[in-house]
Design a protein around this ligand. Structure first.
Ligand SMILES: NC(=O)c1ccc[n+]([C@@H]2O[C@H](COP(=O)([O-])OP(=O)(O)OC[C@H]3O[C@@H](n4cnc5c(N)ncnc54)[C@H](OP(=O)(O)O)[C@@H]3O)[C@@H](O)[C@H]2O)c1
Length: 244
């Protein structure tokens, strides 16, 4: 850690402790990696090619005590997420906090164009939650209903971020890590729901050829810097929402 409360080398437990969740209330944190030129994916269209072992260590630490991993359907289609499985090392701590053995994946997908045969759906410890519109495409809905998933419908033609967060919190899933992609993160931010941004700056330029097309925000949203970790030229920055 080069900036923050525990400056010096950190072991795995100290990295975990550097990314605490509040004891009460909903908390939505973003976990994303960006290049120096603002790309969220490398030339292969994936975030792994702009990440590192140290970034992945923080990513894993943030997930360890999360209730829900929130992602947009575009990220699921691009990244091919593996199963979200319970890990022995976390079982006792999660149980003591009244948490399920593993985080549940929550996917925002109006189209329901999702890989329902993938191990994310078939092998995750907790059945994935898919949040979609009131009346999605009938064939896609039939596929979703056959899959090992909990399908939740918003009341209208879109899936507003506040509906998403309320749905998760009503299910006791109040520690929410939003892993993107940029379109979902922008919507969550626009709705004023983001409490924390855990952003890794990767020492790479990748160009913006794979940049997601988004509408942009009407105004900037400010954050306070809590800490900066560094390894191999990567900066792992933790920011919390600027109350002012
Ligand atoms: N650098 C990083 O840390 C990081 C993290 C995640 C992803 N990525 C990269 O980002 C790219 C994908 O990101 P993306 O921005 O294109 O996609 P995304 O935000 O992951 O997903 C977009 C899709 O999610 C649904 N969605 C998102 N926001 C919505 C909203 N407000 N209301 C309703 N539905 C919403 C829609 O699903 P339907 O299509 O089903 O209608 C939409 O097409 C990939 O290249 C991935 O590798 C990078």
């Amino acid at each position: 850690m080069i900036h923050g409360p525990q400056q010096g080398p950190l072991d795995d437990d100290a990295v975990l402790a550097a990314y605490p969740w509040p004891d009460e209330g909903p908390w939505v944190r973003a976990m994303m990696v960006t290049t120096l030129d603002g790309a969220s994916a490398g030339p292969d269209g994936l975030s792994g090619s702009i990440s590192s072992d140290s970034d992945k260590a923080v990513f894993d630490a943030v997930r360890r005590h999360a209730d829900a991993v929130l992602v947009g359907a575009g990220t699921i289609r691009a990244e091919g997420y593996g199963a979200m499985k319970a890990k022995d090392r976390d079982a006792a701590a999660r149980s003591a906090q009244g948490q399920a053995p593993a985080p549940v994946i929550a996917i925002v997908s109006p189209s329901l164009d999702l890989p329902f045969d993938s191990e994310l759906f078939t092998d995750s410890t907790e059945p994935p939650i898919v949040l979609t519109t009131a009346r999605p495409d009938a064939d896609a809905l039939a596929r979703a209903r056959e899959a090992r998933a909990t399908v939740v419908h918003s009341p209208g033609d879109d899936v507003p971020p506040d509906f998403v967060v309320d749905t998760l919190v009503e299910r006791g899933l109040r520690r929410i890590v939003c892993e993107g992609g940029p379109r979902l993160l922008e919507a969550v931010t626009r709705a004023g729901l983001l409490d924390e941004a855990d952003i890794t700056v990767s020492p790479l330029l990748a160009g913006l050829g794979h940049a997601s097309r988004t509408d942009g925000l009407d105004e900037v949203v400010g954050f306070d810097l809590v800490h900066v970790l560094t390894a191999d030229g990567f900066l792992m920055c933790r920011y919390v929402r600027d109350a002012g």
